[in-house]
Design a binder for this molecule. Structure first.
Ligand code: AMP
Ligand code: MG
Length: 406
């Protein structure tokens, strides 16, 4: 059986070529640029005042306090467009262009009007360029401001707007379908009959995909029947990536892998030494990918984060979509059946002396209710059967780490 790391290597070697599309600025949040974006103008576009105050010639106020005549006013959107003469000052607002002839701005707190408000007393000297953001000091026209391969956050949206980028080229999101398998499953809005349970995995996966910025077509529940499974899978294979849950273990009704073979897919991962989540399957046919995730709810959740996220994130253009892992101290003893690397639910937090994680009580890989108390998974090395309080462990923060802390 291959290790988690070996499985991840196989996955990374099988990320199909990414495709590119053009989208609008308004829908660019979370997308990854597929082109270098250059400054289309100098920023600031003019020498800009960083303060409300007075534009002056630094040489005039060298021996402050000095009194200067007020020659005019420059405000944001309406600058003073004549040259400031020696011995004069102009009223200026934050964001306004500094008039020609002035080379510094003194802030209003260090100035005092004369009684008739015709003169201004500058109380303190100011250095050349003081309180001025020079034209082009933040970006020069032609310079790359957002490189290709950069994920767009709110600040980047602002930058796109600054340079007038209404449309940009980004990596295309893969299309994804989710299919739940199992004779026992009914939908959340149905009452489970004898021996039935509600399908919860499809909703968990949809949420995990949303955190990655993706949406999926939900293809419903398919019974443990080879023919029906094949039909539904054919539908799912119209998408780039098909995610199945259930049916991949060794049970008598677990046909998923047979159908993968029938459909001409090559199974590249069959089992991984991870707990929960051993019977994870990954198969490929050309650019089409299928993930078969084990049906136990936490197995589905963990294997998605460990194996599906790295591939989907890369298809979206992300450089490192893996969840962050940090080292931290375990706050209680914990046990584990050795043999497979454990991803155990925990509550992680940071204190001045580092990361800590509280192991949570849970009733095994079906216990998604217990898992709602987790914001992280701590990693149990495969050769260990117990960990002691105070030991250093690896902690993988879950995507809802921030949400859970709010
Ligand atoms: P399987 O991987 O099909 O052997 O399923 C393992 C366990 O997960 C069984 O107890 C299933 O009933 C349960 N299970 C499978 N699919 C789902 C699902 N979509 N939602 C909730 N539980 C599921
Ligand atoms: Mg099943």
């Amino acid at each position: 059986m291959i290790s988690v790391e070996e499985a991840q290597e196989i996955l990374l070697a099988n990320v199909p070529e990414r495709r590119i599309e053009e989208i609008q600025l308004q829908s660019a949040l979370g997308r990854v640029t597929a082109e270098d974006l250059v400054a289309t103008l100098d920023i600031p576009p003019f020498n800009r005042s960083a303060q409300d105050g007075f534009a002056v010639r630094a040489a005039d106020v060298e021996n402050a306090p000095v009194d200067l005549d007020i020659a005019g006013e420059s405000r944001a959107g309406k600058g003073m467009h004549f040259r400031l003469q020696p011995g004069k000052a102009s009223v200026i607002m934050t964001g306004a262009p500094v008039p020609e002839g002035a080379d510094a701005v003194q802030s209003i707190e260090l100035c005092q009007f004369s009684d008739d408000r015709n003169k201004i007393r500058i109380l303190k000297s100011v250095r050349v360029e003081g309180n001025i953001a020079a034209k082009g000091s933040e970006a020069k026209a032609g310079e790359v401001v957002i490189p290709s391969g950069h994920r767009i956050g709110p600040a980047e949206l602002a930058v796109l707007a600054i340079f007038g980028y209404g449309r940009i080229r980004v990596y295309r999101k893969p299309s994804v379908a989710i299919l739940a398998t199992g004779d026992e499953l009914v939908e959340f809005d149905q009452s489970p009959g004898l021996d039935q349970i509600r399908n919860s995995n499809a909703h968990c996966l949809a949420g995990q995909l949303r955190y990655l910025g993706l949406s999926a077509d939900y293809l419903g529940i398919v019974a443990d029947d080879k023919k029906k499974l094949k039909e539904k899978m054919l539908l799912g294979l119209e998408r780039d990536v098909l995610i199945l849950t259930g049916g991949v273990s060794m049970g008598e009704y677990d046909f998923v892998k047979d159908v993968f073979n029938d459909l001409g897919f090559k199974i590249l991962i069959n089992k991984v030494s991870i707990k929960p989540g051993k019977p994870t399957v990954f198969a490929r046919r050309g650019d089409r990918l299928i993930f078969g995730l084990p049906g136990n709810p936490i197995s589905t959740l963990i294997t998605f984060e460990c194996f599906v996220r790295p591939v989907l994130g890369r298809l979206c253009g992300m450089k490192k979509p893996e969840l962050p892992k940090m080292k931290g101290r375990l706050l209680a003893d914990a046990t584990h059946t050795p043999g497979r690397t454990g991803y155990m639910p925990g509550w992680a937090f940071w204190e001045e002396d580092g990361w800590k994680v509280n192991p949570l009580r849970w009733k095994g890989s079906a216990d998604i209710i217990g898992f709602t108390k987790a914001n992280a998974a701590y990693i149990f090395p495969k050769e260990r059967d117990s960990l002691s309080r105070g030991e250093t462990v690896e902690i993988m923060l879950l995507p809802d780490f921030m949400v859970r802390c709010q």
